[in-house]
Design a protein around this ligand. Sequence first.
Ligand code: PEP
Ligand code: MG
Length: 316
Amino acid sequence: ERRAALAASTGPGATADGHKVPLLANVGGPADVPAAVAAGAEGVGLFRTEFLFLDDSERAPSEEKQIAAYRQVLEAFPEGRVVVRVLDAGADKPLAFLTPADEPNPALGVRGLRTLLDHPDVLRTQLTALAKAAEGLPVHLEVMAPMVADRADARAFADACRAAGLRAKFGAMVEIPSAALRARSILREVEFLSLGTNDLAQYTFAADRQVGAVSRLQDPWQPALLDLVALSAEAARAEGKSCGVCGEAASDPLLACVLTGLGVTSLSMGAASLPYVRATLAKFTLAQCERAAAAARAADSAEEARSAAQGVLSGE
Ligand code: PEP
Ligand code: MG
């Protein structure tokens, strides 16, 4: 089955009836690009830029160093989309020179966009480097902020992008329930949403993503999480904007069908998962995905949601 799935897996992502769902790759830097290209990724849906900041524990990388790394990733997808996430420091990704050392609850403290708004020089350098890296390339550059909580966050990020002269779409990650609940107001400031389901699960269930004892609550099949995905996707549709998923949820082939049924417009995942998601999505129509999504949302637990979706898609 593994081999059959791989053989059936080339070309752009789409349901059996031709509803397009671009399949993008999550990358951590230039080293991950060859695997993404080999798996037929239509672009990058999440470029985690933290890796660049790990070499030096005292300062951010120079603009030149950043330009070189961004350019390598942008050049690999000449006509594609590349969604770059600005630095997401703090909590599970601490950086000594940026992350406060004395917070009682780092996941609820200064992390993600909050860190960058406290260090505008770091954000400015990163955005300027991105603008320069994209110069002269036909790539569709999109830049998004992690941990956007409300409209004010989205506006501050969009203002910083404009001030840096960035000619790209600006977006907000939906990783905090408040952002999903008020997605329409966030979309007044930015052009797209991207659901970070790993953090969205953590904050929805008050379950630390690094604590194994509460991993049951990190299951992205939880109906409450699916409700927040649906809210975000509906808001984006109402505003004529896109809403992708770039958390681990997108790499589960069955859940990818459910997310599509909830109205998500693109799926981004580790390259290794791409062929399986592409093959599974191609087996079902959009209407089947929508029925599976409705069945999953009607369930009362992650397990029930998964088997309800499975039941719909296997024609039970
Ligand atoms: C997420 O939270 O789902 C996400 C994509 O970002 P990260 O896993 O890097 O926090
Ligand atoms: Mg996250």
